[in-house]
Design a protein around this ligand. Structure first.
Ligand code: UD1
Ligand code: CA
Length: 479
């Protein structure tokens, strides 16, 4: 087997993105475009990968290095191309890093959806001694290099759109920008490129005519699926590829049995903050309503239901749980756990370290952070639980909060089993509410309460009889 070395062109500017971010770092499903291409390289078990950088080289190289240090499985190098004098010139910069015994696969950093199986077929077509081009037929081939075939249909050369005659422009089979070619052959051809063409660029595509002249067979591996070779040049194209990618993910989930109410309104993204791959693992009979966004690694147990328009990141949701619409769950690094049969939302917010036991209820406008709630505990309305340990069957009243932060440090609140916290209470941490105790509505609790007691900490009610409400002076008396 010939070792596979991959060259990824990523020096271009991407002017039409109108962005300060280098084009290959624009995100598709939360992952930079170059990250998608490097993933594909990983799937091909490449020996080495050379990324050709230019515009935004420092950022692009930093991103590539971060992936490589996370264990990409291949040797990653960079080659700077400054200035950018064309795709052939780009490959000339990469050649010193590519060994003669390898098969070079040329990819673009802005073409994210190429499937590894397609590239394997291209590699097989090259077979260690041929030049293999990945081609596709487009209804509108404007702008692309055309595949010029001779007698018997053999590939003769590629002509760039700007250099093409009227007759050549009528050809609809185009070069995708992806080829596989033995390194030793490529090296010789690249040394002979000229920039005598309409754009004054060194065209990589000129190697095709050189191969033909030198008696090296050229094969075109033509595919049907244009999405696999579609590049990103504008925000619109990026959005189109995003939808195509999401549709693929949605299809795979549905094939695994997940019920998506509408696969066109489904999103699964990487958690770019932590570099965690978007991954949705569902048990049987999971239902997901429209407009949900899943980020990072999310697990959903058997029969759980996710309502419309929920954002769920880095969380584990156990069997039978119901997440009502418009709920925001963000586990980030600490994760969020939702127990079996729990009910959450609508409009609930679960933040890092929220751990809900079985059958817990978290209702509308309730925020939970770094807190555990044991089985059957309920906080149904307008409440905050931060740094709290909440026992079984606790009922936490509407409008109540844990005052967990003293301006410098965070402190814990412990609410023991079966306690009942009335409405609008402030539990000033550190504090413990004893098991089975009741806290009267409106209390500000600053000291531990004994088990089983009624604790009330608020101003006593005063009633003044015969109180006269102020009245307005008659208008127009000048004052
Ligand atoms: C190239 C092909 C064309 C093909 C098309 C597919 C050539 C001469 N033409 O067109 O036949 O149909 O791709 O999309 O190869 N890049 C560099 N350095 C450079 C120039 C480009 O790194 O000096 C990178 C770009 O960032 C991009 C890729 O190479 O990732 C392709 O460049 P682009 O300008 O998009 O393609 P064309 O040259 O127009
Ligand atoms: Ca160009």
């Amino acid at each position: 087997m010939t070792p596979i070395d991959i060259a990824i062109m990523a020096a271009g500017k991407g002017t039409r993105m109108k962005s300060r971010i280098p084009k290959v770092l624009q995100k598709l499903a939360g992952r930079p475009l170059l990250g998608h291409v490097l993933d594909t390289a990983g799937q091909l078990r490449a020996r080495s990968v050379v990324v050709i950088t230019g515009h935004g080289a420092i950022e692009v190289e930093a991103f590539g290095s971060s992936l490589a240090s996370a264990g990409a499985g291949f040797d990653l190098q960079f080659a700077r191309q400054e200035p950018q004098l064309g795709t052939g010139h780009a490959m000339q910069q990469a050649m010193p890093r590519l060994a003669d015994d390898g098969l070079v696969v040329v990819l673009s950093g802005d073409v994210p959806l190429t499937e590894a199986a397609t590239l394997r077929a291209l590699i097989d077509a090259a077979g260690g001694e041929r030049l293999a081009l990945l081609t596709v037929t487009l209804p509108d081939p404007t702008g692309y290099g055309r595949i010029v075939r001779g007698a018997g249909g053999t590939v003769q050369r590629i002509v760039e759109h700007k250099d093409a005659s009227e007759a050549e422009r009528a050809i609809t089979e185009i070069y995708s920008g992806i080829m596989a070619v033995p390194a030793r052959l490529l090296r010789g051809w690249l040394g002979r490129l000229s920039n005598d063409n309409a754009q004054g660029e060194y065209y990589l595509t000129d190697v095709v005519a050189m191969a033909v002249a030198g008696g090296v067979p050229v094969v075109a591996h033509r595919i049907e699926d244009a999405l696999q070779v579609a590049g990103v040049n504008s925000p619109l194209q990026l959005a189109e590829l995003e939808r195509a990618h999401q549709a693929r993910q949605a299809r795979a989930l549905m094939e695994a049995g997940v019920r998506l109410m509408d696969p066109a309104r489904f999103d699964l993204r990487d958690d770019a903050r932590r570099g965690v791959r978007g991954e949705l693992l569902c048990g049987p009979d999971v239902e997901i309503d429209v407009g949900c966004i899943f980020t990072g690694r999310v697990e959903i147990g058997e029969g759980a239901r996710i309502g419309a328009h929920c954002c769920i990141a880095d969380a584990r949701i156990a069997a039978g749980a119901v997440i009502h619409p418009y709920t925001h769950i963000d586990g980030e690094s600490a994760g969020v756990r939702v127990g079996a049969g729990a009910l959450v939302g609508p409009f609930a917010r679960l933040r890092p370290g929220a751990e809900l036991g079985p059958e817990v209820h978290i209702g509308n406008f309730v925020e939970v952070k770094n807190s555990s709630l044991a089985a059957g505990a309920k906080a149904n309305h307008l409440a905050y639980l931060g740094d709290a340990t909440v026992g079984e069957r606790v009922n936490y009243g509407a409008g109540s909060i844990t005052a967990n932060y003293d301006g410098a440090h965070k402190h814990r609140t412990v609410i023991e089993a079966d306690a009942h916290i009335g409405s609008n209470c402030v539990l000033v941490a550190p504090v413990t509410i004893g098991a089975g105790g009741t806290v009267g509505g409106g209390s500000t609790i600053t000291q531990d309460t004994p088990p089983g007691a009624l604790s009330v900490a608020r101003g006593r009610q005063v009633n003044l009889s015969g109180w006269q409400r102020p009245t307005k002076k008659p208008a127009g008396d000048g004052g």
